[in-house]
Design a binder for this molecule. Sequence first.
Ligand SMILES: C[S@@+](CC[C@H](N)C(=O)[O-])C[C@H]1O[C@@H](n2cnc3c(N)ncnc32)[C@H](O)[C@@H]1O
Length: 221
Amino acid sequence: MTTKNPGTDAGTSTGDPYREVLREAFVRRYEEGADSWSEEPAMRELVPLLCTELAAGSSVLDIGAGRGRDAELLLAAGHRVTAVDLVRLPEWQDMARRYGAAASFEVGDFVDMAGGRTYDAAVDNGVLHHQDPAGYAQYLANVRRRLRPGGLLAVSLFTTAEGLAEGVLNRAEDGRLSRWFSEREATELLAGAGFTVTAVRTVRRELPGLAYLLVLARRDA
Ligand SMILES: C[S@@+](CC[C@H](N)C(=O)[O-])C[C@H]1O[C@@H](n2cnc3c(N)ncnc32)[C@H](O)[C@@H]1O
């Protein structure tokens, strides 16, 4: 296969139909260099929000790390990061070399990550809103399982600049689902999964009318 992004590793098949659709869609976007989110300024507002409550030298799980833009910010700030993604990206190699034992990388679905390690914090920047809504509770239960009690979760979700009364679910041509959230829905979803929301911010995107809903929450005991 010829790609514009040699070094991208498509990972292994999961056998789950939607997870397979999602993996293939992201593999294609990275291979084609169509991952506009990697360079989008509004995407880089989540880690600074997390850092308002993150203690020095914390361990952070970066779920769906992509090219590692957030992992890099966290590593540069002195935290330890485990980055996991459906796709292995070429940038990981350089980060592993520069940050040594502070950085580790896993390719695969984060739900299937090996080991029972827990973290001080987790970053979910643009991942939850692409999962199958029927699986949100299970997904968040897995996030919770990976956090110590009191651990922080920073999540970025699609929303609109003016806010939404109700959420919207879209399916792209490649089958990838995208869910737009209202603040109330996001807060209730996290509360139902055993988290207490501590901060919410809306960050406007360059695309007219669109925004990200940034939510910071703590795992209940
Ligand atoms: C919109 S991109 C965001 C990438 C990165 N967080 C960033 O800020 O640039 C979503 C990423 O999540 C990954 N992803 C989606 N579902 C995943 C899952 N269940 N487990 C691991 N990675 C996942 C995709 O491969 C993709 O790299």
